[in-house]
Write a protein that binds this ligand. Sequence first.
Ligand SMILES: Cc1cc2nc3c(=O)[nH]c(=O)nc-3n(C[C@H](O)[C@H](O)[C@H](O)COP(=O)(O)O)c2cc1C
Length: 174
Amino acid sequence: MSFLELAKDRYSVRKFSDKKVEQETLDLILEAGRVAPTAHNNQSQRILVLREAEEMAKLEECSPFRFHPTLALLVCYDKNVSWKREFDNADMGEVDASIVATHMMLEGHQLGIGSTWVAHFDPKAVREHFNLPPHIVPVSILMMGYPREDAKPSRLHADRLEIEKTVFYQKIEG
Ligand SMILES: Cc1cc2nc3c(=O)[nH]c(=O)nc-3n(C[C@H](O)[C@H](O)[C@H](O)COP(=O)(O)O)c2cc1C
């Protein structure tokens, strides 16, 4: 599959089978995150692997999106490490974590592991349940696992704007 075919084929999987993701497969997914580009190469991403029953139960209390995955990656960044743009002090940690998460989603898809990026979570609950120190900022929870047989793309998967609506050559319109 070409990269573009892979990118188009991936969709948010929200139904997972009970089959566990093997450690070797998880290692490849994490490796794809490790090699992602980050601002100033500061590698501010910090990822907590969640897969024990107790952790999954805690996860259920953090978000209304309960897909019962067999694996979840809590993707955070360390704000003591992330690069800050000197002109306005903009923190690139969220960008770092997002690129890493995207690499992992796509690698997962290539390996047959479905995922959904969940941003709709209560950061306070996440902090408490997973003992995050104050300098660690949670950005996304990747709900992951083997797709259940009846998993299919949602209506939104096919709903992308035409390229002219988002790409401009002279001036951004609208
Ligand atoms: C930053 C971000 C946050 C998202 N948060 C959620 C979420 O909280 N719950 C959810 O079900 N899906 C979430 N999604 C998945 C999007 O809804 C999904 O990617 C979009 O509808 C396109 O569908 P597709 O991934 O199947 O192509 C999120 C995706 C992104 C990139």
